[in-house]
Design a protein around this ligand. Sequence first.
Ligand code: GDP
Length: 209
Amino acid sequence: MTEFSSAEIEAGRLLFARPWQFIKGCVRVDDLPPGDRLEIAFAGRSNVGKSSLINALTGRVNLARTSNTPGRTQELNIFEADNAPMRVVDMPGYGFAKAPKKIVEKWTRLIHSYLKGRATLRRVFVLIDGRHGPKPADITVMNELDGAAVSYQIVLTKADKPKVEELEKVKLQTAQIISKHPAAHPEMLVTSSEKGYGIDILRATIAQF
Ligand code: GDP
């Protein structure tokens, strides 16, 4: 694990101590704001804890709820803060079995054009449930990110839920999968939005950019 200095942890804290705001939801890449700053994006299966993690990161109780309301879930949702050198992009949750085929196709097209064409996209954080490890839908997304040569990093969520030995098993299994994916950052992050665990490391990781 990367050891962060207290100065790096503090830089992460300061980056996210700004008043982060929901800017807009984009259904087409043409709707995206100009590529005038770095971007980091969050992706994950529906219900993985993506909204909770964005809320924990920004210290805003309800920030990502805006993007979790019906109608906003198939969009790229943009968050910015005054003077922040980067923006946060909340990608639509995937793997929802009940979604109509048309919606899934639209989502897939949007994601593909975003991932392939966004020069300012610095890293995608792919959230995976810490109780279960990667599911087939997660592996599909990892393969797509490899194909698009987009740098990404796995974040295990809800780490407060499994027992210690269960979490260790999931971490081992996830590490093995990561090692087979060329564009995946070799280190995974482990977080709990509920307990605040790992949030400072995630902030420091982002502040490094
Ligand atoms: P999203 O669909 O990925 O945006 O998921 P949400 O953030 O809405 O979370 C889905 C469910 O998981 C909610 O009931 C959350 O309260 C719960 N949840 C999210 N993060 C955590 C966590 O770190 N620990 C625990 N125990 N539950 C969590």
